[in-house]
Write a protein that binds this ligand. Sequence first.
Ligand SMILES: Nc1ncnc2c1ncn2[C@@H]1O[C@H](COP(=O)(O)OP(=O)(O)OP(=O)(O)O)[C@@H](O)[C@H]1O
Length: 245
Amino acid sequence: MSNPAIVTQALTRKYGPKTAVNSLDLSVEQGEIFGLLGHNGAGKTTTVTLLTTLLEPTSGSATVAGIDVRSAPHTVRTKIGYLPENVRLYDNLTMRENLRFFGRLSGVMNVDRRISDTLDFLEFTGHEDERLSTFSKGMRQRVGIAQAILHQPSVLFLDEPTSGLDPQGVKILRETIVRMNRELGMTIFMNTHLLSEVTKTCTSIGVLRNGHLVYQASLADAVTAFPGEDSLEQVYLTLGSQGDE
Ligand SMILES: Nc1ncnc2c1ncn2[C@@H]1O[C@H](COP(=O)(O)OP(=O)(O)OP(=O)(O)O)[C@@H](O)[C@H]1O
C-alpha cells in the first residue's frame, strides 16, 4: 500500500473565475477500482482531464503511476488508458483499422498481435473487419475500451462509462471493468453520477461536490456510512453542507 497509483495534492483548476476543481487531495492505491461520484458540474471530468494530462492544473500537483503530470506528461500518457464519455472513433473505418490507427499513435509494438490479444480478452472477436458505422453504442464502447488498453496501461480512466448503454451493455461493461482489474492488474478510476454503479463495481469511492472532495472511503466503509442510500442526494444530505462553497 506504499506506492499509490494516483496522488493529488491541492490540485486546482480554474476556468476564468470558475473553480472547477478546488484544492483536491486524493490518493488511490494500486489495484483499486475507484469511483469518483458527483452530480453534473461537480468537477469529475475536469479531474480526469487533469490526471490524463489533457489539461494543466492552475495550481497544486498530481502523480499518476508515480509520475508527475506537470513535469512528465508524455511519460504519464504511456502508463495510462483513457475512455472519454464520448468515444471518438472513425465511423468509415473498420474496427481493426481504428485500433491499428490508435495503436500506432501510442507506439504499440506488434500492433496486430496486440489487437488480437485485446479483443480475445474482451471476448469481442468476429467484428474486426466491420465498419464502425454499423456498430451499436455498446459495441463502440467496447472498441473504445480496446483502444484504451491496447498499450497495456497500468491505470485506466473511464468517464461515465455506462452512460447511454442498455442494461445488457452495462452488465458487460461492469464485468469487463472487474476482469481488467483482477486479471490485468489495472488500477481503475471511473467517474459516475450513479451511486448504484459504484456499489456494484468499485472498491473505494470519493464524492466530489462543487470541486471539493467531500468524502473518500473504502466501499465497505461507505456502505456502512450510507446504509440503504440509493441516491447522491441522500449521500449529500448525510454528509451535510461541508462541500458547499
Ligand atoms: N472548458 C470550460 N470552460 C469553462 N467552464 C468549464 C469548462 N469545462 C467545465 N467547466 C465548468 O467547470 C465545472 C466542472 O465541470 P466538469 O465537466 O468537470 O464537471 P462534471 O462533474 O464532469 O460534470 P458532467 O457530469 O456534466 O460532465 C462546471 O461548472 C462546468 O460548467
